[in-house]
Design a protein around this ligand. Structure first.
Ligand code: ZN
Length: 366
Protein backbone atom coordinates (compact mmCIF):
# COMPACT_ATOMS: atom_id res chain seq x y z
CA UNK A 1 0.00 0.00 0.00
CA UNK A 2 1.29 3.43 -0.95
CA UNK A 3 0.12 6.82 0.31
CA UNK A 4 -0.95 7.65 -3.22
CA UNK A 5 -3.44 4.77 -3.23
CA UNK A 6 -5.33 6.28 -0.28
CA UNK A 7 -7.72 9.10 -1.14
CA UNK A 8 -7.28 12.46 0.59
CA UNK A 9 -5.99 12.80 4.17
CA UNK A 10 -3.06 14.87 2.95
CA UNK A 11 -2.33 16.38 6.35
CA UNK A 12 -1.99 12.94 7.94
CA UNK A 13 0.29 11.68 5.18
CA UNK A 14 2.43 14.78 5.52
CA UNK A 15 2.67 14.42 9.27
CA UNK A 16 3.85 10.83 8.93
CA UNK A 17 6.32 11.59 6.17
CA UNK A 18 7.77 14.50 8.14
CA UNK A 19 8.29 12.28 11.16
CA UNK A 20 10.42 9.91 9.04
CA UNK A 21 12.37 12.70 7.37
CA UNK A 22 13.16 14.41 10.66
CA UNK A 23 13.98 11.11 12.34
CA UNK A 24 11.22 11.57 14.86
CA UNK A 25 9.18 8.43 14.40
CA UNK A 26 7.71 7.41 17.74
CA UNK A 27 8.40 3.81 18.68
CA UNK A 28 4.73 3.26 19.38
CA UNK A 29 1.96 4.72 17.24
CA UNK A 30 -1.77 4.32 17.58
CA UNK A 31 -3.76 4.77 14.38
CA UNK A 32 -7.22 5.69 15.56
CA UNK A 33 -10.05 5.68 13.03
CA UNK A 34 -13.58 4.40 12.77
CA UNK A 35 -14.44 1.08 11.19
CA UNK A 36 -14.24 1.56 7.44
CA UNK A 37 -11.70 4.37 7.75
CA UNK A 38 -8.25 4.42 6.15
CA UNK A 39 -6.49 3.49 9.43
CA UNK A 40 -5.07 0.16 8.24
CA UNK A 41 -4.11 1.30 4.71
CA UNK A 42 -2.48 4.39 6.24
CA UNK A 43 -0.51 2.24 8.67
CA UNK A 44 0.63 -0.01 5.82
CA UNK A 45 1.60 2.95 3.65
CA UNK A 46 3.56 4.42 6.55
CA UNK A 47 5.35 1.14 7.24
CA UNK A 48 6.18 0.89 3.54
CA UNK A 49 7.58 4.43 3.59
CA UNK A 50 9.72 3.79 6.67
CA UNK A 51 11.50 0.81 5.15
CA UNK A 52 11.59 2.02 1.54
CA UNK A 53 15.08 2.16 0.06
CA UNK A 54 14.29 4.99 -2.35
CA UNK A 55 11.52 7.10 -0.85
CA UNK A 56 10.45 10.33 -2.56
CA UNK A 57 9.21 13.49 -0.86
CA UNK A 58 5.66 12.19 -0.91
CA UNK A 59 5.67 8.41 -1.05
CA UNK A 60 7.57 5.15 -0.99
CA UNK A 61 8.97 4.04 -4.34
CA UNK A 62 6.79 0.94 -4.56
CA UNK A 63 9.51 -0.88 -6.45
CA UNK A 64 12.47 -1.60 -4.18
CA UNK A 65 12.68 -5.09 -2.62
CA UNK A 66 11.35 -3.81 0.70
CA UNK A 67 8.31 -2.11 -0.90
CA UNK A 68 7.59 -5.21 -2.95
CA UNK A 69 7.73 -7.50 0.06
CA UNK A 70 5.52 -5.26 2.17
CA UNK A 71 2.99 -4.95 -0.63
CA UNK A 72 2.68 -8.74 -0.62
CA UNK A 73 2.57 -8.68 3.19
CA UNK A 74 5.58 -10.95 3.10
CA UNK A 75 8.36 -8.84 4.59
CA UNK A 76 10.34 -10.93 7.10
CA UNK A 77 10.74 -7.99 9.51
CA UNK A 78 7.06 -7.30 9.60
CA UNK A 79 5.04 -8.91 12.37
CA UNK A 80 1.26 -8.89 12.23
CA UNK A 81 -1.28 -9.57 14.90
CA UNK A 82 -5.04 -9.46 14.42
CA UNK A 83 -8.06 -11.10 16.01
CA UNK A 84 -8.47 -14.81 15.44
CA UNK A 85 -10.22 -17.59 17.29
CA UNK A 86 -9.89 -21.28 17.81
CA UNK A 87 -7.97 -21.54 21.03
CA UNK A 88 -4.80 -20.33 22.64
CA UNK A 89 -2.54 -21.93 20.10
CA UNK A 90 -4.24 -20.40 17.07
CA UNK A 91 -2.24 -17.29 16.39
CA UNK A 92 -2.27 -14.73 13.62
CA UNK A 93 0.39 -16.58 11.63
CA UNK A 94 -2.09 -19.43 11.18
CA UNK A 95 -4.30 -17.01 9.27
CA UNK A 96 -1.66 -15.20 7.25
CA UNK A 97 -2.99 -16.42 3.89
CA UNK A 98 -6.49 -15.24 4.71
CA UNK A 99 -5.10 -11.96 6.04
CA UNK A 100 -3.24 -11.26 2.79
CA UNK A 101 -6.31 -12.05 0.75
CA UNK A 102 -8.55 -9.97 3.00
CA UNK A 103 -6.33 -6.91 2.64
CA UNK A 104 -6.10 -7.41 -1.09
CA UNK A 105 -9.87 -7.55 -1.43
CA UNK A 106 -11.02 -5.18 1.31
CA UNK A 107 -8.19 -2.97 2.58
CA UNK A 108 -10.74 -0.71 4.27
CA UNK A 109 -12.69 -3.60 5.79
CA UNK A 110 -13.54 -3.66 9.48
CA UNK A 111 -13.60 -6.33 12.15
CA UNK A 112 -17.02 -7.74 11.23
CA UNK A 113 -15.93 -8.26 7.62
CA UNK A 114 -12.73 -9.91 8.77
CA UNK A 115 -14.53 -12.31 11.12
CA UNK A 116 -16.98 -13.15 8.37
CA UNK A 117 -14.06 -13.70 6.01
CA UNK A 118 -12.41 -16.24 8.31
CA UNK A 119 -15.80 -17.62 9.32
CA UNK A 120 -15.66 -17.09 13.03
CA UNK A 121 -18.14 -15.33 15.30
CA UNK A 122 -15.91 -13.68 17.82
CA UNK A 123 -12.23 -12.95 17.56
CA UNK A 124 -9.56 -11.99 20.05
CA UNK A 125 -5.83 -11.55 20.31
CA UNK A 126 -4.67 -14.00 22.98
CA UNK A 127 -1.81 -13.57 25.41
CA UNK A 128 0.23 -16.18 23.46
CA UNK A 129 0.26 -13.74 20.58
CA UNK A 130 1.90 -11.10 22.78
CA UNK A 131 4.45 -13.62 23.99
CA UNK A 132 5.20 -14.59 20.42
CA UNK A 133 5.75 -10.93 19.52
CA UNK A 134 8.14 -10.43 22.43
CA UNK A 135 10.08 -13.52 21.41
CA UNK A 136 10.15 -12.45 17.80
CA UNK A 137 11.57 -9.06 18.74
CA UNK A 138 14.45 -10.70 20.59
CA UNK A 139 15.74 -11.85 17.19
CA UNK A 140 17.74 -9.62 14.88
CA UNK A 141 16.13 -7.90 11.93
CA UNK A 142 16.52 -9.96 8.76
CA UNK A 143 17.05 -7.12 6.37
CA UNK A 144 18.68 -4.51 8.53
CA UNK A 145 15.79 -2.06 8.38
CA UNK A 146 13.12 -1.40 10.96
CA UNK A 147 11.20 -4.23 12.52
CA UNK A 148 7.57 -3.33 12.49
CA UNK A 149 4.88 -4.84 14.65
CA UNK A 150 1.43 -4.09 13.32
CA UNK A 151 -1.44 -4.95 15.62
CA UNK A 152 -4.82 -4.51 13.98
CA UNK A 153 -7.83 -4.09 16.26
CA UNK A 154 -5.72 -3.76 19.36
CA UNK A 155 -8.98 -3.52 21.35
CA UNK A 156 -9.37 -7.26 20.74
CA UNK A 157 -6.53 -7.86 23.20
CA UNK A 158 -7.66 -8.90 26.61
CA UNK A 159 -6.01 -7.42 29.68
CA UNK A 160 -3.41 -10.16 30.02
CA UNK A 161 -2.45 -9.96 26.33
CA UNK A 162 -2.09 -6.18 26.61
CA UNK A 163 -0.15 -6.43 29.87
CA UNK A 164 2.28 -8.88 28.33
CA UNK A 165 3.21 -6.21 25.79
CA UNK A 166 3.44 -3.16 28.03
CA UNK A 167 7.09 -3.51 28.92
CA UNK A 168 8.34 -3.93 25.37
CA UNK A 169 5.97 -1.23 24.14
CA UNK A 170 7.51 1.13 26.67
CA UNK A 171 11.07 0.24 25.74
CA UNK A 172 11.23 -1.63 22.47
CA UNK A 173 14.52 -2.90 21.09
CA UNK A 174 16.38 -0.55 18.80
CA UNK A 175 14.87 0.02 15.33
CA UNK A 176 11.52 -1.42 16.30
CA UNK A 177 8.23 0.34 15.72
CA UNK A 178 4.87 -0.68 17.05
CA UNK A 179 1.92 0.37 14.93
CA UNK A 180 -1.34 -0.27 16.70
CA UNK A 181 -4.65 0.22 14.96
CA UNK A 182 -7.95 0.70 16.68
CA UNK A 183 -11.53 1.31 15.62
CA UNK A 184 -12.56 1.91 19.19
CA UNK A 185 -10.09 3.79 21.34
CA UNK A 186 -12.51 3.82 24.28
CA UNK A 187 -12.01 0.11 24.71
CA UNK A 188 -8.24 0.38 25.09
CA UNK A 189 -6.37 0.25 28.34
CA UNK A 190 -5.04 3.66 29.27
CA UNK A 191 -1.64 2.02 29.72
CA UNK A 192 -1.63 1.28 25.98
CA UNK A 193 -2.82 4.75 25.02
CA UNK A 194 -0.24 6.45 27.21
CA UNK A 195 2.61 4.52 25.61
CA UNK A 196 1.75 5.47 22.06
CA UNK A 197 1.47 8.53 19.90
CA UNK A 198 -2.08 8.84 18.59
CA UNK A 199 -2.56 9.39 14.86
CA UNK A 200 -6.18 10.33 14.23
CA UNK A 201 -7.60 9.05 10.95
CA UNK A 202 -10.63 11.12 10.14
CA UNK A 203 -13.49 10.35 7.74
CA UNK A 204 -13.04 11.49 4.17
CA UNK A 205 -14.66 14.68 2.98
CA UNK A 206 -16.86 14.60 -0.13
CA UNK A 207 -14.11 16.56 -1.93
CA UNK A 208 -11.72 13.68 -1.24
CA UNK A 209 -14.08 10.79 -1.84
CA UNK A 210 -15.79 11.98 -5.04
CA UNK A 211 -12.65 12.30 -7.23
CA UNK A 212 -11.47 8.91 -5.95
CA UNK A 213 -14.76 7.29 -6.93
CA UNK A 214 -14.70 8.89 -10.36
CA UNK A 215 -11.03 8.58 -11.27
CA UNK A 216 -10.07 5.33 -9.60
CA UNK A 217 -13.32 3.44 -9.35
CA UNK A 218 -14.87 4.57 -12.63
CA UNK A 219 -18.11 5.89 -11.11
CA UNK A 220 -19.95 8.50 -13.20
CA UNK A 221 -19.73 12.15 -12.18
CA UNK A 222 -23.47 12.07 -11.62
CA UNK A 223 -23.45 9.12 -9.27
CA UNK A 224 -20.29 9.75 -7.27
CA UNK A 225 -21.78 12.54 -5.07
CA UNK A 226 -24.74 10.31 -4.22
CA UNK A 227 -22.44 7.51 -3.08
CA UNK A 228 -20.32 9.98 -1.12
CA UNK A 229 -23.48 11.26 0.55
CA UNK A 230 -24.72 7.76 1.42
CA UNK A 231 -21.38 6.63 2.78
CA UNK A 232 -20.84 9.70 5.01
CA UNK A 233 -17.11 9.82 4.38
CA UNK A 234 -16.65 6.13 5.17
CA UNK A 235 -14.59 4.71 2.34
CA UNK A 236 -15.41 1.08 3.07
CA UNK A 237 -19.12 1.87 2.95
CA UNK A 238 -18.68 3.67 -0.37
CA UNK A 239 -16.89 0.66 -1.87
CA UNK A 240 -19.55 -1.62 -0.45
CA UNK A 241 -22.29 0.34 -2.18
CA UNK A 242 -20.39 -0.03 -5.46
CA UNK A 243 -20.00 -3.78 -4.99
CA UNK A 244 -23.64 -4.29 -4.14
CA UNK A 245 -24.64 -2.44 -7.23
CA UNK A 246 -22.40 -4.66 -9.35
CA UNK A 247 -23.95 -7.70 -7.74
CA UNK A 248 -27.44 -6.41 -8.48
CA UNK A 249 -26.60 -5.62 -12.05
CA UNK A 250 -25.17 -9.07 -12.56
CA UNK A 251 -28.28 -10.83 -11.24
CA UNK A 252 -30.59 -8.46 -13.02
CA UNK A 253 -28.96 -8.89 -16.39
CA UNK A 254 -28.66 -12.67 -16.04
CA UNK A 255 -32.38 -12.91 -15.22
CA UNK A 256 -33.29 -10.68 -18.10
CA UNK A 257 -31.40 -12.87 -20.57
CA UNK A 258 -32.93 -16.04 -19.10
CA UNK A 259 -36.44 -14.65 -19.48
CA UNK A 260 -35.68 -13.58 -23.05
CA UNK A 261 -34.33 -17.01 -23.84
CA UNK A 262 -37.44 -18.67 -22.40
CA UNK A 263 -39.61 -15.97 -24.04
CA UNK A 264 -41.38 -15.65 -20.71
CA UNK A 265 -43.69 -12.62 -20.91
CA UNK A 266 -45.06 -13.23 -17.43
CA UNK A 267 -41.54 -12.36 -16.18
CA UNK A 268 -40.53 -9.82 -18.81
CA UNK A 269 -43.46 -7.47 -18.26
CA UNK A 270 -42.90 -7.04 -14.50
CA UNK A 271 -39.18 -6.67 -15.24
CA UNK A 272 -40.03 -3.84 -17.64
CA UNK A 273 -42.01 -2.13 -14.87
CA UNK A 274 -39.06 -2.53 -12.56
CA UNK A 275 -36.75 -1.06 -15.18
CA UNK A 276 -39.15 1.83 -15.72
CA UNK A 277 -39.00 2.72 -12.04
CA UNK A 278 -35.22 3.04 -11.97
CA UNK A 279 -33.42 6.35 -12.31
CA UNK A 280 -32.22 7.17 -15.77
CA UNK A 281 -28.68 6.72 -14.58
CA UNK A 282 -29.37 3.20 -13.28
CA UNK A 283 -31.09 2.32 -16.54
CA UNK A 284 -28.09 3.48 -18.49
CA UNK A 285 -25.72 1.69 -16.15
CA UNK A 286 -27.64 -1.61 -16.45
CA UNK A 287 -27.56 -1.44 -20.22
CA UNK A 288 -23.86 -0.57 -20.10
CA UNK A 289 -23.31 -3.64 -18.01
CA UNK A 290 -25.29 -5.67 -20.57
CA UNK A 291 -23.06 -4.38 -23.36
CA UNK A 292 -19.99 -5.35 -21.39
CA UNK A 293 -21.22 -8.92 -20.88
CA UNK A 294 -22.27 -9.28 -24.53
CA UNK A 295 -18.82 -8.16 -25.59
CA UNK A 296 -17.40 -10.97 -23.44
CA UNK A 297 -19.86 -13.42 -24.98
CA UNK A 298 -18.61 -12.33 -28.36
CA UNK A 299 -15.00 -13.00 -27.28
CA UNK A 300 -16.04 -16.43 -26.08
CA UNK A 301 -17.77 -17.12 -29.41
CA UNK A 302 -14.64 -16.28 -31.37
CA UNK A 303 -12.57 -18.38 -28.92
CA UNK A 304 -10.60 -15.37 -27.70
CA UNK A 305 -10.79 -16.76 -24.18
CA UNK A 306 -7.48 -15.16 -23.22
CA UNK A 307 -9.10 -11.71 -23.59
CA UNK A 308 -11.99 -12.49 -21.25
CA UNK A 309 -11.55 -10.63 -17.99
CA UNK A 310 -14.39 -12.11 -15.99
CA UNK A 311 -14.37 -14.68 -13.23
CA UNK A 312 -16.77 -16.61 -11.01
CA UNK A 313 -20.47 -16.43 -11.73
CA UNK A 314 -20.06 -13.90 -14.51
CA UNK A 315 -17.67 -16.18 -16.35
CA UNK A 316 -20.05 -19.11 -15.96
CA UNK A 317 -22.86 -17.00 -17.33
CA UNK A 318 -20.77 -15.99 -20.35
CA UNK A 319 -19.77 -19.58 -21.00
CA UNK A 320 -23.36 -20.73 -20.86
CA UNK A 321 -24.83 -17.93 -22.91
CA UNK A 322 -22.15 -18.06 -25.58
CA UNK A 323 -23.85 -21.28 -26.61
CA UNK A 324 -27.26 -19.60 -26.75
CA UNK A 325 -26.33 -16.43 -28.61
CA UNK A 326 -26.03 -16.93 -32.31
CA UNK A 327 -22.68 -15.51 -33.27
CA UNK A 328 -24.06 -13.68 -36.34
CA UNK A 329 -26.69 -11.94 -34.17
CA UNK A 330 -24.41 -10.54 -31.49
CA UNK A 331 -23.78 -7.38 -33.51
CA UNK A 332 -27.51 -6.78 -33.80
CA UNK A 333 -28.13 -7.33 -30.10
CA UNK A 334 -25.38 -4.84 -29.28
CA UNK A 335 -26.96 -2.34 -31.65
CA UNK A 336 -30.39 -2.86 -30.08
CA UNK A 337 -29.05 -2.13 -26.62
CA UNK A 338 -27.12 0.93 -27.77
CA UNK A 339 -30.24 2.23 -29.54
CA UNK A 340 -32.24 1.67 -26.38
CA UNK A 341 -29.77 3.78 -24.43
CA UNK A 342 -30.12 6.57 -26.94
CA UNK A 343 -33.93 6.45 -26.82
CA UNK A 344 -33.89 6.59 -23.03
CA UNK A 345 -31.59 9.61 -23.20
CA UNK A 346 -34.20 11.23 -25.41
CA UNK A 347 -36.85 10.56 -22.79
CA UNK A 348 -38.75 7.85 -24.62
CA UNK A 349 -40.66 5.88 -21.99
CA UNK A 350 -38.22 3.33 -20.55
CA UNK A 351 -40.82 0.59 -20.16
CA UNK A 352 -41.66 0.63 -23.86
CA UNK A 353 -38.02 0.76 -24.88
CA UNK A 354 -37.21 -2.14 -22.59
CA UNK A 355 -40.06 -4.33 -23.80
CA UNK A 356 -39.16 -3.56 -27.36
CA UNK A 357 -35.52 -4.62 -27.01
CA UNK A 358 -36.58 -7.65 -25.00
CA UNK A 359 -38.74 -8.79 -27.94
CA UNK A 360 -35.88 -8.19 -30.35
CA UNK A 361 -33.47 -10.14 -28.18
CA UNK A 362 -35.99 -13.00 -27.79
CA UNK A 363 -36.12 -13.20 -31.57
CA UNK A 364 -32.35 -12.96 -32.00
CA UNK A 365 -31.37 -15.62 -29.47
CA UNK A 366 -34.18 -18.06 -30.29
ZN1 ZN B 1 10.68 1.38 -1.96
Amino acid sequence: MLFSEIPGLLETKQLLINSVKSNHVAHGLLFDGKSGSAALPMALAFATYINCQKPSETDACGECPSCQKISKLAHPDFIYAYPTAGGKKVLSENFIKEWREFIRQTPYGGISEWLEFIEIKQGNIPVEESRQIVQNLSLKSYEGGYKIVLIWMVEAMGQSAANALLKILEEPPEKTIFILITNNIHRLLTTIISRTQRIAIRDLSDEELIPYLINIKGVTAERAPKIAYLSEGNINKALDILDKKDQNEKDWFANWMRYCYAFDLSKLIPLADEFDALTKESQRSLLDYGLKIIREIYLKCISADNLIKLEGEELQFVQKFSKVFKFENIGQITEQISDAQMLIERNVRAKIVFLDISMQICRLIK
